[in-house]
Design a protein around this ligand. Structure first.
Ligand code: TYD
Length: 425
């Protein structure tokens, strides 16, 4: 064991089938290439063994092509993969947390993949993994792609200390052994248990959780993150929330999508009282306490436990809604509403609160598309302007709220939302 309690100093990961679930993009692109070669294969199951090992090798050995045919097929593959295939990919859930933990313990991390360097780097960047690795060993030409051992040696040439290789195929394990280092099999990838066992790894892990425990030596998890989405009614929160959750999931995060008021049984019941158009004569102060009451349950039952187990919580509205709607909108004052919520939130505040800011007139138009407005949505445009001013005040005051321009197409707005996340993941 080294000084931070880790068994190894250098952790070398295979990419496809170990860090990322790359099957869809690879199989779609292999199918495209085979069609171009007039040798279509429609059964995707038959093409599964193509994920991971060098493609030339698979075309020659599995489909009995000549080297020359295999090279031509690879070029068709690359044409589609470069355009679309590399994005038809996702990171296995739990991988970012595992890498984060290893990094925090001082490990050096590397990738050794048969994927051409250009693609390996594109995939790592597109899925937010690029920042973790000290070196990415990937082939610069088709010749280099044929030998995983050469790629592992590239890592070992620059990284010193005790190294281990983690991979999902026998070729990964055999390459590590040829280099004289230990290897661990990732059974959640594309290889079978028999395949991995026959290559002789020091261990086989069935899940990312098991692998994390083995590599880091403990069950302890690093806390996840808490993101809230804020804004006037009709600002596009739900659309952005959905897009954000999906984006995070493809990057390997466990996502808990929730909302306020609500998010758990007790709070959903309070929501009914708060939003029912039949609830008449509720004072602003009663409203503020009910929102805070629902929040206190939601924080303890859903948000805190999720963040503690390493998940990313994406919540539609949180305490900033109370400050803007009750503090500004109902005129209770920002400080009073903060105070009412202090015990409710129990120190659990968003790592980033994103205020989707749109012109209330535009939001109003979006709101009219909703045929069944709730009690608060029935407020007039003047109320919404005051709420917006409330958000603007908080954003200017203390940096706990990040303004994002929410005008334009959902995809454009989403790019801004992602920009506002910088640093928290
Ligand atoms: P929401 O569920 O976001 O409505 P929709 O799904 O239609 O966008 O929120 C319900 C309403 O409750 C909304 O008008 C904002 C209001 N609200 C407050 O006034 N204070 C609060 O603390 C919260 C969480 C919401």
């Amino acid at each position: 064991m080294n000084k931070s309690g880790l068994e190894y100093d250098v952790y070398i990961f295979d990419l496809d089938g170990t860090l990322t679930e790359s099957e869809p993009g690879i199989i779609n692109s292999v199918q495209y290439a085979l069609e171009k070669m007039n040798a279509p294969v429609s059964d995707r199951q038959l093409l599964r063994p193509f994920v991971g090992p060098p493609l030339v090798y698979s075309f020659v050995n599995t489909l009995h092509m000549t080297e020359d045919e295999a090279m031509r097929t690879v070029r068709f593959f690359q044409e589609r993969y470069r355009r679309a295939g590399y994005l038809e990919n996702s990171v296995y859930t739990g991988i970012p947390n595992m890498l984060r933990k290893l990094k925090a313990l001082g490990a050096h991390l590397a990738v050794a993949t048969a994927k051409p360097k250009e693609f390996a780097e594109k995939v790592l960047a597109a899925f937010g993994l690029d920042g973790y690795f000290d070196i990415v060993a990937a082939p610069m030409d088709e010749d280099e792609a044929k030998s995983k051992e050469r790629l592992v040696r590239k890592v070992l040439a620059v990284e010193s200390g005790r190294a281990v290789m983690v991979g999902d195929r026998d070729l990964d394990i055999l390459a590590a052994k040829a280099c004289g280092i230990d290897a661990i099999g990732a059974l959640y990838g594309y290889g079978t248990r028999e395949e991995l066992e026959s290559a002789g790894p020091v261990a086989i892990c069935e899940t990312v959780g098991e692998l994390t425990k083995l590599l880091t030596g403990s069950d302890e998890v690093m806390p996840g993150a808490f993101i809230s989405l804020e804004g006037c009614d009709g600002c596009g929160k739900s659309t952005q929330g959905k897009m954000l959750a999906q984006w995070l999931e493809t990057r390997g995060y466990e996502v808990v999508r929730t909302r306020e008021p609500g998010g758990c049984d007790v709070a959903e019941r309070v929501r009914e009282i708060l939003l029912s158009p039949d609830t008449k004569g509720m004072t602003g102060i009663c409203e503020a306490y009910l929102f805070a009451a629902a929040r206190s349950q939601h924080v303890r039952e859903v948000i805190k436990p999720a963040v503690e187990r390493g998940a990313v919580v994406v919540c539609d509205r949180f305490v900033h809604s109370s400050i803007a709607y009750q503090g500004a909108g109902r005129g209770l004052g920002i400080d009073a509403v903060r105070e009412i919520n202090a015990i409710a939130v129990d120190g659990c505040l968003p790592d980033v609160a994103i205020w989707l800011d749109v012109d209330p007139a535009l939001a109003l138009e979006r709101r009219f598309a909703n045929n069944n407005p709730d009690r608060i949505e029935r407020e007039n445009a003047g109320f919404m302007n005051v709420v917006r001013e409330g958000y603007a005040k908080i954003a200017a005051m203390d940096g706990t709220l990040t303004r994002v321009d929410a005008s334009g197409e959902p995809e454009e707005v989403f790019q801004r939302v992602v920009g506002a996340l910088k640093g928290i993941l």
